[in-house]
Design a protein around this ligand. Structure first.
Ligand code: ATP
Length: 289
């Protein structure tokens, strides 16, 4: 048996860090949405009781460090499955980019194997399991648009945001999420208005959504990598309605409604930046294809 699952990237329309918790994690408030930029995962049943993985990408580990491998292992161990699977990942999402590529791969494997092994688990149960792998995995299990709180694992679904283009650009640098959090000085940051962002989405108010994008991690990454600030400036000069870094970066995205401006931003960045994409936000959760 063979199964294909799509693993879409996410962007943060807002990302706030409230405080550091006694367990070492940060308490966050994030509005996230999936976008039409996805890895494709093939799951193939194996006769042998083992997990094989191949990501065809030199920046992604092909062993137990791969989050997709960890997802399969967790499901096998938790439900005592004595079957094997071969996981092949066709990566389209830039790696270590702030787009939750690894988390989305893990979520896709959880959903795909739930179907392949006929476990009958609900999305809530899969999200709960996924939170053991990484804070963003729970959101990726549900997909669509949501408010994520706690350490990112408590998910409240939201409606689809107002329709627009998302132009993404990733400079040729990798950013360590742990390092960004280590350098975050909460007393110095400007917190985004999460409530206003949620209202904008519920009211389908595009201007209000653009006014309320915000990410407290941006100031840290901007100080570490001047390329991020340069991309932001170029997007604004080309007519973006809003510009923000996603997650801990370094990917920056622009929101824009007019096709002509989307083209201007996209073409302006292509010569300047390695990976550039113009995509739509996804309305609903990802499907098994
Ligand atoms: P987030 O937005 O959740 O912080 P990210 O987009 O910054 O995530 P990822 O692309 O998920 O980062 O990769 C971070 C690291 O995780 C990579 O450097 C890579 O070594 C490792 N990794 C493990 N599994 C995967 C996977 N399936 N895809 C990509 N990276 C993976």
């Amino acid at each position: 048996m063979k199964l294909h699952v799509k693993a879409p990237a996410k962007i943060n329309l807002s990302l706030d860090v409230l405080h550091k918790r006694p367990d070492g994690y940060h308490e966050v408030e994030m509005v996230m949405t999936t976008i039409d930029l996805a890895d494709r995962i093939e799951l193939k049943e194996l006769r042998q009781d083992e997990i094989r993985i191949d990501s065809h990408n030199r920046f992604v580990p092909d062993d137990h460090r791969n989050l997709a491998f960890q997802a399969a292992k967790l499901l096998k161990e938790t439900y005592h499955i004595k079957k094997g699977v071969s996981i092949s990942i066709d990566k389209a999402i830039p790696v270590a980019a702030g787009l939750a590529g690894g988390s989305s791969d893990a979520a896709a494997v959880l959903k795909g194997l739930n179907q392949m092994w006929q476990l009958g688990l609900s999305l809530e149960e899969l999200a709960d399991l996924g939170s053991q792998i990484g804070s963003d995995v729970s959101f990726c299990v549900f997909g669509g648009t949501a408010l994520a709180t706690g350490r990112g694992e408590k998910i409240t679904p939201l409606p689809t945001p107002p329709n627009c283009w998302v132009v993404l650009a990733k400079p040729q640098i990798g950013v360590s999420t742990a390092e960004v959090y280590r350098n975050l000085k909460l007393e110095e940051v400007r917190h985004p208005n999460t409530k206003a962002m949620i209202e904008a989405i519920v009211e389908q108010n595009y201007e209000k959504m653009c006014q309320n994008v915000g990410n407290v991690l941006e100031s840290v990454t901007l100080k570490m990598h001047k390329e991020v600030a340069q991309i932001k400036e170029q997007m604004i000069r080309s007519g973006a309605d809003a510009v923000l870094m996603s997650g801990s970066g370094p990917t920056v995205f622009a929101l824009v409604q007019h096709d002509s401006r989307m083209n201007r931003i996209y073409n302006g960045l292509r010569g300047f930046c390695g990976q550039v994409f113009a995509v739509r936000m996804l309305g609903g959760p990802p499907t098994i294809v």
